[in-house]
Design a protein around this ligand. Sequence first.
Ligand code: BDP
Length: 720
Amino acid sequence: MRKIVSLFILLMTASRLFAEDGYRLWLRYDKIDNSILLQQYRNNISSVVINGSSPTIIAARQELLAGLDGLLAKKVPEAKEIKNNSIVIFKKTSGFPETIGVDYTALGEEGFAISTLKLSSKGNAEDIIAISANTDMGVLYGVFYFLRLLQTHQSIQHLSVISVPKIQLRILDHWDNLNRSVERGYAGISIWNWHTLPDYIDQRYIDYARANASIGINGSVLTNVNANALVLTKTFLEKVAALANVFRPYGIKVYLTARFSAPVEIGGLKTADPLNAEVQQWWKKKVDTIYQYIPDFGGFLVKANSEGQPGPQNYQRTHADGANMLADAVAPYGGIVMWRAFVYSNETPTDRFKQAYDEFKPLDGQFRKNVLIQVKNGPIDFQPREPFHPLFGSMPQTPLMMEFQITQEYLGQATHLVYEAPLFKECIDADTYAKGKGSTVAKIIDGSLDNHSISGIAGVANIGNERNWTGHPFGQANWYAFGRLAWDHDLASAQIADEWIKQTFTNNKTFVDGVKEIMLASRQIMVNYMTPLGLHHIMGTGNHYGPAPWVNNVGRADWNPVYYHRADSIGIGFDRTSSGSNALSQYTSTVSGPWSNLKTCPDEYLLWFHHVPWNYTMRSGRTLWGELCYQYYSGVDSAKWMQQTWNKMEGWTDEERFRQVKMLLTIQEKEAVWWRNACLLYFQTFSKMPLPDGYEKPGHTLEYYKGLRFPFAPGNGGNL
Ligand code: BDP
């Protein structure tokens, strides 16, 4: 009996060890569970021939062999000689025997080609699959692409793939502090263990690099934009160098945030004035030191004169003065400066919406060639829905870099399933009309509209040290989608979801279809139960968790939800037309025209731009109040639908993640109800109109919702 019990315990432990804990992300490489396909793949892949021995090629080799080993459940031998059904990976210049009909000039530095070929150099025609590129990195990207084909059960016959990234700098911004707290992090603490670096190399650093390379991310800003100058000291640079060494073979450059006052704080100078010669000299020397540690250091990301951060304006200098000083310091090494446009000043009484544009547009043309201005997707702050930022299209002489937020600061944090690709796409596809029709945000950030030689996109990471990296298992999809869109902004949200589900869970059609439906609907569902019709920034102050539209007592006006919704006895919404703040004038007239007119403004942006009477008749025929109620209630109904749809997935995927998601969807539904009730009860104090008939009554009073407190809510600045 005892034997049986211990055998049982042993089996249980073994199954625990192999339980799906989400750590492997979308790189699981489990055996193909379709026997016909498995046989085909096995027939088509008999050996692997690898040309080259650089660290990147070694990484590609390891990935390919491990991937095939898992997916085909057999050891694919590595061979020196090309044979029938070999997979051959090589760099163009590596002396591969034949030209293979690929136009290598089109592939650039990072692109790759995957081609099925008949190789006839040795008499017999041999069928092979060639993964080739101009660079080792291109080869590695090609290997990941090839493995994705297998993981998503695609055919590998007659391959003729050419893939080249549309944007050059594809970067994750970590808002990680040196004490390992993460500003707006909901997945544990920072993955950078500064204390044990540089000697202890956590396997996670390597897997982080693999995951990023698999989706084409090629840069990582390691530290919070609310920067700590200490990271620029030798003690930390040594640690940064250790991470850079891990990332290098995977094509990922390291960047740091530069605290503008560093010359004073760690350099002992009296000023950080960017026009002061000593300050300039200090930064030059600092940069020399950084490059001694990290020869391929990417450059700096800077938040200056925003939310209390120091900057050039402390010395009556402009953002251009500040950015250019740093740009001059990194230029000799090929480094860049990403200078953030997320600035708004307490003293400026104008609408916060307008401030970044007012500040930066006049500086167009004044930045050095190696400066990119990093602009958030919308004018306020990563809301569930924002119109595109008016700076896009307004600074033709300056490369503008996109800043998206992957971490769900305002999107239900790590307990809500919200697939962000539709949010990213909505902004990328928006037409600015800067140079007439077709001047999309995509063409601005990829540099093609104004012929810029550098281009970039950044996503604020949602990664922490939780076993599954992102807290919510579906947070991984947002990391994945960001990378895929950074590589190719033309990809559709549905395709990205499809790929991700198949690699992360299963290729089973019932599961893929059901889950894809949930994912694609999830962003709009969240908008409906949180901030329908263009409401924005009505989340709890500080932690941004849950609804708090009533808050009106925070020090500065534009940190109060009441500043944004402006509800009163007449109506609700922020008048940004010419009779209000006139923020709309920052867009081209083709864009602002329809948005300025209450009749033509799309419902989803309505309260972004108009103060609308409660009894205004909407397109639906309902009053504004009725429509608001309708949207909040349908948001909750849809959250319930998400739960029901997920419940049908039981059995199609592993028990562990099924249960996790099920519990999280329960929280999401509960919080959707909370959002709906709290917001409608509060807005009702202005509208004085009843809930339409047939709607379930709120379970609590407004006072109850106002009284809720969340003392240790995660991701609140430096909170651990
Ligand atoms: C806001 C966050 C704040 C960040 C800031 C920024 O609430 O924690 O520091 O953006 O982007 O979204 O600088």
